[in-house]
Design a protein around this ligand. Structure first.
Ligand code: SF4
Length: 314
C-alpha cells in the first residue's frame, strides 16, 4: 500500500507554523519552544473545517498557562537512571531511551524537556549490557524514546540481537506512537524482525482517539498479528475526556486486534497545562467505562508518580 519509504514520508512532515498554517488554511499555528511536527499521514486525518478537531488539538501549540504542580521534568527520570540511557524503576524491567526522535511532536509530551544528549542507550550499549548481565531479576526491556521506531530496521535488529544475547531477558516491549501517526513505518522488514526474535514481543501503541485509527494503520498492523498488541492512551482535556470517546476508542481498538491497556493521567510537564483533567473527572469517566464495557476493554487508569506508576483502579 505504501509506495514511499517511511524515511521519505518522515521528511514530508509539516514542520513549523507557516507550513502548518498553509496546509490547514488557517492562521492559528504559532511557533513555540516545542517545535511543531506533524507527519502528513496524520495531518490528512484532521478535519480542516473543525478548529476543535481532536487530532489538531494534540499538535497545535498554545501559550502555556500557570498551573501549580507543573514543572520541566515531572517524572524525575534522572533519579531513576543509574546509567545513561537506562531508567530502572521496577525490579523486573528497565526502560531504554533508544532515540530522541519522534515522527510527531505531541504538545502534551512528558519528555519535551528531556536531556536526550546525555541519555542515548544506543551509544552507551556496552555499559547497559554490563548492567543487565549483572541484574538477573530483569526479564523485560522496554524500548522507549523519543520513539524506538524512529530507528532504522538495521539499528533495531542490532539492538534486539544484543538484548537476545542476555539470557535472562525474555520480553521486549516497544512503546510507539510513530506506528500510529505514520503507519508506513510498519515495514515488512520490521514485522519479520519481530517475528524471528526469540524474545516475546509486546507492542504498545499510543492511540488517543479513534480518529487516529486510519485505514492505513489498520492494514499495516495485520503484519504484527503474531505479537501482543496493546494500547496506552493519555487522558487529554479537549481531546478524549468524554465517556463516549473513550468507550469508542476501546471498542475500535478491539475491532482491529489491540487491547486497551493503560489510560494515563497527564504528566504535569510545563507547556501541557491546557490538557489537564481533574482527578474527580477522570475517576468518573473510568467508572462509566467500567459500567458500559466488558472488563477486558477497560484500560487501567494510572498516574506516573515518579518512583512508581500507581494504578488507581483495577
Ligand atoms: S510520540 Fe511520545 S515521546 Fe514523541 S512527542 Fe509524542 S508523546 Fe512525546
Amino acid at each position: 500500500m505504501y509506495m514511499t519509504h517511511w524515511n521519505q514520508q518522515a521528511r514530508k512532515a509539516l514542520k513549523g507554523a507557516k507550513i502548518s498554517n498553509d496546509f490547514f488554511n488557517i492562521q492559528a499555528f504559532e511557533d513555540s519552544k516545542f517545535p511543531i511536527k506533524i507527519p502528513l499521514e496524520y495531518a490528512q486525518l484532521i478535519d480542516k473545517n473543525n478548529p476543535n478537531d481532536p487530532l489538531l488539538k494534540q499538535v497545535m501549540p498554545q501559550a502555556s498557562m500557570d498551573r501549580i504542580g507543573f514543572s520541566q521534568a515531572p517524572l524525575n527520570d534522572e533519579e531513576n537512571s543509574p546509567i545513561a540511557g537506562l531508567i530502572h524503576k521496577y525490579s523486573n524491567r528497565v526502560l531504554l531511551i533508544t532515540s530522541q526522535v519522534c515522527a510527531i511532536h505531541c504538545q502534551y509530551c512528558f519528555r519535551q524537556n528531556f536531556n536526550y544528549t546525555k541519555h542515548d542507550a544506543m551509544s552507551n550499549w556496552s555499559e547497559i549490557e554490563q548492567y543487565l548481565q549483572a541484574d538477573k531479576k530483569v526479564n523485560e526491556v522496554i524500548l522507549s524514546g523519543g520513539d524506538p521506531l524512529s530507528l532504522s530496521d538495521d539499528k533495531l535488529k542490532k539492538l534486539i540481537n544484543n538484548i537476545e544475547n542476555i539470557k535472562h531477558i525474555n520480553t521486549i516491549r516497544i512503546h510507539t506512537r510513530s506506528a500510529v501517526v505514520m503507519p508506513s513505518r510498519i515495514t515488512s522488514e520490521l514485522a519479520n524482525l519481530l517475528k524471528l526474535t526469540r524474545l516475546k514481543v509486546v507492542m504498545v501503541f499510543h492511540v488517543n482517539h479513534s480518529q487516529e485509527l486510519s485505514a492505513g494503520f489498520v492494514q499495516q498492523i495485520n503484519k504484527l498479528k503474531n505479537l501482543t498488541l496493546l494500547n496506552q492512551a493519555v487522558l487529554l482535556k479537549g481531546v478524549n475526556d468524554h465517556a463516549d470517546t473513550l468507550k469508542n476508542l476501546s471498542l475500535d481498538l478491539f475491532k482491529v486486534g489491540i487491547l486497551p491497556y493503560y489510560l494515563h493521567m497527564l504528566d504535569h510537564v510545563s507547556g501541557a497545562e491546557r490538557y489537564f483533567v481533574e482527578d474527580e473527572v477522570a475517576l468518573k469517566l473510568h467508572q462509566q467505562l467500567k459500567s458500559e464495557l466488558s472488563g477486558y476493554l477497560v484500560p487501567k487508569l494510572v498516574r506516573d508518580e515518579g518512583k512508581s506508576s500507581k494504578s488507581w483502579l483495577l
